[in-house]
Design a protein around this ligand. Sequence first.
Ligand code: SF4
Length: 363
Amino acid sequence: MAQPADIRPSLIGMDPAGLAAAVQAAGGKPFQARQLGQWLYGKRVADLAAMSNLPRGLREALAARFCTLTSTVIAREDSGEATTKLALRLADGLVIEAVLMREDEGDAPRYTACISTQAGCAMGCRFCASGRLGLKRHLEAGEILEQFFHMAALLRDEAKGEAPWLTNVVVMGMGEPLHNLANLLKALEVVNAEWGFHFGARRITVSTVGLPERIRELAQAGYQFNLAISLHATTDEQRTELIPTNKATGLSAILAAAADYFRATRREVTFEYTLVGGQNDTPKDAERLAALLLEFPRCNVNLIPMNPVEGSGLKEPTAEAVELFTRLLREAGVNVHVRRKRGRRVQAACGQLRLKLEAAPAQ
Ligand code: SF4
């Protein structure tokens, strides 16, 4: 697999000890390492030249030894005012996506970043454009974190006064996060840490197709991240049709791992269920789903009406089917939400912009 072209280590992702060592190597003093951390994680500024309270000589010495941003924004796609999708070209030319979702809930607007963890994806889900491309490579922790800097720049550019900052993070972009767990955990440590971006773990959601052993490893990492599992079907046969990796894992092993996650973290697990017209949206499916979750310790179901992907052969469900499915789950005592907007904006759309861009020449 190709590696990023810049061989200088990145300052993005370093913890305070790493930054102290970097500053020392560049001839700086310990307090300047704290200033560097403030710029990077407090102000979300990655440009060394803009770090005005660091002496120019130190900035140059740091730049000679270390890099910061290795990715560049090569395109943006807005869907109304609510969603902005950024296409980012990595140092080795691969393209990933990061999505900013804005929700205005009166006094408390939400700014959610949907970030990618891999270029492409090995899971091959039929409803997903990334899955059809296959895995190009895992993202380094720094590359996962760089998406936050691009979001910060976007929010700064469009702010009239003081720029808002993200309120929530969903690891639901391109790639299967738990397939790149080591780098994901390194990145989320920075996202969560007081010295880092300082997001409470409860504002961070990790979404997975369900890799049972990796779910347990995530639980053992000691954070209280929200876990969302893409279920999408109620029988193994049906699920393997949509998510080929289910053949090796199977629904019952995934549910058992999810229950372990709940027991270890006390965080409610969310099951994502994309309703595909005529495929998994029947009353029988609703009954089976309710039965599967009957014994599950506290959980939520997010129903996401399918957003058609060209060439997938999968259909949008009818409004009547969505309504009936929701009602049957509720009647069975399942905590359920219908997420139309997510379906429209992000889910199943990942990778489509990248598909267009990878055909274009590098800039
Ligand atoms: S839905 Fe997620 S896990 Fe499945 S192929 Fe797409 S990016 Fe990978």
